[in-house]
Design a protein. Structure first.
Length: 486
């Protein structure tokens, strides 16, 4: 007799095993010093660095997304720049002590972190999320995207072996082998799960919120970029194209919509043409949309990480071979405009506004329309305009005069180096900034007594017993009552 294997049940069981082992490892790690955790991180980096190019190649081969050279840059970014950034920082144990104010700040690991990794940046995100989890003293269970599971599993295995050889307990780093929706649901809702990290998988947001656990969502984008009249036009266009074509457009922080300041609109458009942009007409836009998404409205995975010229060929658009980005100019933002959504490809919408005030409103409209509130870019040399944009936008990060893809992850800016970028306005999400080990700890504050309650009052105690706490509280009540009556 042949028995049918239930993949969902096996996935649920595997999730439980990983989480239970992680829970036991996390209990042991709560007493592990920062110094020992740093040794573990160093061993993992040493182990994985020689394979970064191979992993970049494997990621492209398995997913058919992006460019090997750019994936290698991201892999090196987390293994070199991020590792250096974390080197001397402390997140667990006594993190900071202010002897003058007699305050002590203690970092306490959250426990077990479940991390879902996307297919778009499988290697760099996996390395990043493991590094920040271990740096902050947490156990981590990795759940790979099905399209990149072999690559992600290899990365996790290599880091796991190195970590355990350096003294990390078994179960502190693990990876799902059997992936199913019910298995993912078990990871989200199991009692051993203390925090969930999801990077760039929008369809999981409802399940994240429903699970009721603290979560971090490395958001998908649709970031507008405003090109203001005082900017260096040539440099602004160069940076936007470099950013939008980086790894063929699959970085979520990349620019999605261009908003032009009216007086320089024609000069900017001419510069885009000069640097390899192709402006599509309405017929070509309709043809491209058939390539970018399926009939049911879902994103076509086969369009992800393709170059502009490849997309043009797939859509039968006669664009020059040197085309680097495809641009669609439109008049307004509408609910049925499909270019408002995020596409993981070098495609851009373009709007023109007569001045920076209206451009400001357009950027807000774009951010609110998608509800992503991820990243906004402004190219300008007018500090007053930059400040107004920074103050008014409902967004997690504002980048100035820099490529969004690289600036957002902290490569060309001094933002926290990260491959998981939070978004604003997502309910019970734990952070909207660049995610680091500090987001995976609880902060315990220790405060020493330095004064009596009576020292806090501006008038003397009226009660005869001036040392009585009850008398002091009674005085406060009487004072408040008198003020309210007046």
């Amino acid at each position: 007799m042949t028995y049918k294997v239930d993949k969902d049940l096996l996935s649920i069981q595997e999730a439980r095993i990983h989480l239970e082992l992680a829970h036991e490892a996390a209990k042991e790690m709560k007493t592990t010093s920062q110094e020992k955790l740093d040794i573990v991180i160093e061993k993992m980096i040493i182990a994985i660095q020689p394979s970064l190019a191979d992993f970049a190649q494997q990621a492209v081969a398995e997913t058919n997304y992006g460019i090997k050279a750019h994936k290698l840059l991201k892999n090196r970014f987390v293994c070199e720049y991020l590792a250096h950034y974390l080197q001397d920082k402390k997140y667990v144990g006594v993190v900071h002590e202010n002897k003058a104010d007699q305050l002590v700040e203690i970092g306490v690991p959250v426990g077990v972190v479940v991390s879902l990794i996307p297919a778009t940046n499988p290697v760099s995100t996996t390395i990043h999320n493991i590094l920040i989890a271990i740096k902050s003293g947490n156990a981590v269970v990795i759940s790979p995207h099905p399209r990149a599971k072999r690559t992600i599993q290899r990365v996790v295995e290599m880091m796991q072996v190195a970590a355990e050889s350096a003294g990390l307990p078994e179960g502190a780093i693990s990876c799902m082998k059997l992936i199913s929706p019910l298995g993912t649901q078990e990871l989200f809702t199991h009692e051993a799960t203390d925090m969930i990290m999801v990077t760039g998988v929008p369809k999981l947001l409802p399940a994240l919120k429903k699970a009721g656990k603290p979560f971090i969502y490395g958001g998908s984008g649709n970031g507008p970029v405003f090109i203001e009249r005082t900017c260096n036009i040539e440099k602004a266009v160069q940076q936007i194209i470099e950013s939008r074509t980086f790894d063929n457009g699959i970085v979520s922080a990349a620019e999605q919509s261009i908003v032009l300041d009216g007086p320089i609109a024609e000069a900017v458009k001419a510069e885009f043409l000069k640097q390899g942009a192709y402006f599509m007409n309405q017929t070509e836009v309709n043809d491209l949309l058939k390539v970018l998404q399926r009939e049911n409205g879902e994103l076509n995975a086969e369009s992800v990480g393709r170059s502009a010229f490849e997309l043009a060929k797939m859509a039968k658009i006669e664009a020059p071979e040197q085309t680097r980005v495809l641009i669609y100019q439109q008049a307004y933002v509408s609910e049925n405009n499909l270019f408002n959504r995020e596409f993981y490809a070098p495609v851009l919408a373009m709007f023109i506004e007569p001045d920076w005030q209206l451009a400001c409103e357009k950027c807000i409209e774009l951010l609110m329309d998608t509800g992503k509130s991820h990243t906004l870019v402004i190219h300008s040399n007018d500090e007053s305009v930059i400040r107004e944009f920074s103050l008014k936008k409902p967004v997690a990060r504002v980048l100035v005069n820099t490529p969004s893809s690289l600036g957002g992850m902290g490569a060309t800016t001094n933002l926290i180096p990260s491959m998981t970028l939070g978004s604003a306005n997502l309910g019970n999400m734990q952070a909207s900034e660049n995610i680091s080990p500090k987001h995976l700890i609880h902060t315990r504050m220790v405060g020493y007594g330095v004064r009596e309650l009576s020292d806090c009052l501006t008038t003397p105690v009226l009660n005869n017993d001036e040392n009585s706490l009850e008398a002091i509280l009674q005085q406060l009540i009487q004072k408040l009552s008198t003020e309210n009556n007046h």
